[in-house]
Design a protein around this ligand. Structure first.
Ligand code: 3H9
Length: 690
């Protein structure tokens, strides 16, 4: 909707009304068309101001409408009509003017913004282009180079930057509507031709040839054709899904019925971090950046001395990167666990070893005030076991950060069977304050992300046994869109991490027989043998690849690995075959997706959006493929099921390839869209089908 009012002094005010961001829904567009007409017809009105309700100008086209048929007046002619009005029209921009919101403002003759407003054309992040004249008006206003930067990056810019670029006519710290009204009163009666951006020539740099000039003449038509193509593309659907899944996960719910809207979070102002290795340091920085006072504890003196040098430098760098003032003096370092007695929340980030973590939790529960939340940054250990040694098991949750913790956006908040809704709500809210995408997940080995990673890694190793090279596997995955294939990623994270976990699980180590079947299923000892050869990845300069030296970054193919793989295959009587990239993708990705279905079935994630957000924000899953579960829907659930059956038939000793019951059930009911799975799963659970 849009509200019309006449202000004293012949100014018409049009207020967009569509909470929370005044997106340009069909009703809003209709409202704008009607109210602009009214202002035009009213002879007493000499100028018009368009603003948005509740401190937000406009968040753009209504993304929720993209999935359905186009209803109501289209955006492009509506904006053209505003530009053609012969009374001055100004946009009063508060909060945001993004996408179609900025395009609407560019159709107005003047733009006045509040100093805190953000502007941008983020369509590219949704797989679209600024298709309501933005790709045409912005270059005409600020030149090709600056416009291309904004359109291709989709970045949000401050009002100050927008003023400098020439997008805005005025920036104010005061009431923006009042300023805009005063502005249009002042300019009423002045000629408007030079303010109609779509009619202006484009200020091109001298080296742009005449071809481009011609292209600009047909720009509006080209924009429309390209937008139509993009609207129908799978990538745009995936990117729009990713936008919403990021928001859906914030509305968490637990099987107990506790959820974001019925559980109160505590606001934390004082926290402690125990253990100042790589993860602990990152967590300290992430907390400090939100203005929380942090007691950073490390019992090993050498590590403490190093951390107290490194952490302030990290904090300063990260604050600079985010254009924030470094919060002064919020971190205190200590070697004494006793010093955490006054904090409201503790995050334990010691070495991933259950007995050590248990020891820390026993200590914490005796040192901390009653009511202190105790969190563990474990990447897969049992939260319930940790809770069991404390006085208040309800106040224990997992906070699984991803390295580097001050940079990576994902946070898995792990609830155990005894975690209280308040503890989950507090951890979720704290994550949000730290700028993370927090996802609530159940307590199972590896939680969600690492649990799904296991079958993925396993398939990659089996593919090496069967004839692939690490490069071939990585290339197939990188071609799909991962920034790094599985072997390059493993080299980066360190091969000893998984090795230690396999040793603890009794899968390898002294006394374990070196066969390719362990604990009743196919097992590849390849990664263990690479570690036994002292090759732990980038940190040792050798792993699945070779590097220039320890800590080297550039992966190069290593003849040692090829000789090693040949010898391994010969020893086990395996005949190498040529493996197509399609098989590599199917085996790695479908095994991972299948585990995703198992996780949904086990209620360890509330819905497919949770899994997809985890993979996009924590594991480099290409955003333009939406996430593993969304991708499954796009490939077709029937096809995924059929291929899993095929691979399981060929490898019956690999349980991860056995299609999950949930996948079968979804195919049986006609493969409904991913957005409906949550409801389907809940119903199936009620009827005990899962
Ligand atoms: C022909 C067309 C061409 C045109 O060029 C195409 C476009 O304009 S493409 C569009 C280009 N525009 C963009 O890409 C801007 C996308 N939006 C954003 O970047 C952020 O939402 C914004 C910065 C505006 C606010 O951030 P914040 O304060 O952290 O708040 P938040 O993020 O949590 O959102 C609050 C609620 O608003 C909802 N919602 C938001 N925007 C839209 C929308 N356009 N539509 C519908 N809904 C939208 C959001 O889902 C959430 O809903 P819920 O049910 O409460 O979960």
């Amino acid at each position: 909707m849009a509200m019309y009012s006449r202000l004293p002094g012949s100014v018409a005010l049009i207020t967009l009304q569509n909470p929370p961001v005044n997106a340009l829904s069909a009703a809003v567009r209709q409202g704008i068309v009607d109210t602009v007409q009214r202002a035009l017809k009213d002879p007493k009105v000499t100028s018009v101001v368009i603003c948005g309700q509740n401190g937000k100008f406009c968040g753009g086209a209504d993304i929720r409408e993209f999935a359905g048929p186009m209803l109501g007046p289209p955006l492009v002619p509506m904006i053209h009509a505003i530009e053609a009005v012969d009374k001055p029209v100004a946009a009063a921009i508060e909060g945001v003017a993004l996408g179609g919101g900025l395009e609407l403002a560019l159709g107005c003759h003047y733009r006045i913004a509040h100093s805190k407003a953000l502007l941008g054309l983020p369509e590219v992040t949704l797989g679209l282009l600024p298709g309501a004249g933005g790709s045409q008006r912005l270059p005409r206003l600020i030149g090709l180079t600056a416009a291309l930067d904004l359109i291709t990056t989709g970045r949000h810019i401050s009002a100050a930057e927008a003023l400098k670029l020439g997008i805005l006519d005025q920036v104010t710290d005061n009431n923006v509507v009042d300023q805009a009204v005063e502005f249009v009163r002042r300019v009423a009666g002045q000629p408007l031709d030079s303010r109609r951006l779509s009619t202006l020539p484009c200020p091109c740099p001298p080296d742009v040839d005449s071809l481009l000039d011609k292209a600009m003449v047909k720009g509006m038509e080209k924009e429309r054709d390209l937008l139509t193509t993009l609207f129908n593309s799978g990538q745009a659907r995936a990117l729009q899904y990713a936008f919403f899944s990021q928001r859906v996960v914030g509305k968490w719910s637990l099987p107990s019925g506790a959820s974001w809207d019925n559980s109160a979070a505590r606001t934390i102002s004082k926290a402690a971090v125990i253990g100042l290795g790589t993860m602990g340091r990152g967590i300290v920085v992430a907390l400090a950046l939100t203005g929380i006072s942090v007691v950073a504890v490390e019992t090993q003196e050498k590590q403490l001395a190093e951390a107290s040098q490194a952490v302030p430098a990290m904090l300063q760098r990260e604050a600079g990167r985010r254009s924030l003032a470094t919060p002064p003096g919020v971190i205190s370092f200590s070697s004494n666990l006793q010093d955490v007695s006054e904090v409201e929340l503790v995050i334990e980030a010691v070495f991933e070893d259950m007995s050590l973590k248990l020891q820390v939790f026993r200590h914490l529960t005796s040192v901390c005030r009653p009511g202190t939340l105790l969190c563990s940054n474990t990447s897969g250990l049992d939260i319930d076991q940790l809770a069991a040694v404390t006085q208040s098991p309800g106040l224990v949750v997992g906070m699984h950060f991803f390295a580097p913790a001050h940079v990576m956006k994902l946070l898995e908040v792990v609830y155990g069977p005894r975690s209280s809704p308040e503890a989950v709500a507090t951890a979720m809210q704290l994550g949000k304050r730290m700028g993370k995408v927090s996802v609530a997940v159940g307590n199972c080995p590896g939680f969600v992300g690492n649990r799904m990673l296991k079958p993925y890694l396993e398939q990659a190793n089996f593919l090496l046994e069967e004839g692939a090279t690490p490069q071939q596997v990585d290339e197939a995955l990188e071609e799909f869109g991962f920034p790094m294939g599985v072997f390059r990623m493993s080299d980066l994270s360190g091969l000893d991490v998984g090795w230690r976990i396999r040793k603890e699980a009794g899968l390898t180590g002294p006394g374990v027989e070196s066969t390719r079947t362990r604990q009743g299923r196919r097992y590849s000892p390849l990664p263990d043998q690479v570690c036994e050869a002292g090759r732990l990845g980038q940190k040792t300069g050798r792993g699945w690849y070779q590097y220039d030296g320890p800590g080297g970054r550039v992966a190069r193919s290593d003849p040692w690995v090829h000789i090693f793989l040949e010898a391994y295959r010969a020893e086990h009587g395996l005949v190498a075959r040529s493996i197509a990239p399609e098989e590599i993708l199917e085996r790695c990705l479908y095994a991972l997706i299948n585990e995703g279905f198992n996780i949904l079935q086990d209620a360890m994630a509330a819905g497919p959006e949770d899994i997809d957000a985890i993979y996009v924000f924590g594991y480099g899953w290409p955003r333009h493929h939406g996430g593993p579960m969304f991708h499954a829907g796009q490939v077709g659930l029937g096809r995924i099921l059929e291929r899993l059956q095929h691979h399981h038939h060929n490898h019956p000793d690999v349980p991860h390839l056995k299609p999950s019951t949930l996948l079968r059930r979804l195919v049986a009911v006609g493969s409904p869209p991913v957005q409906t799975w949550r409801e389907f799963i809940n119903k199936e659970r009620v009827h005990s089908q899962l």
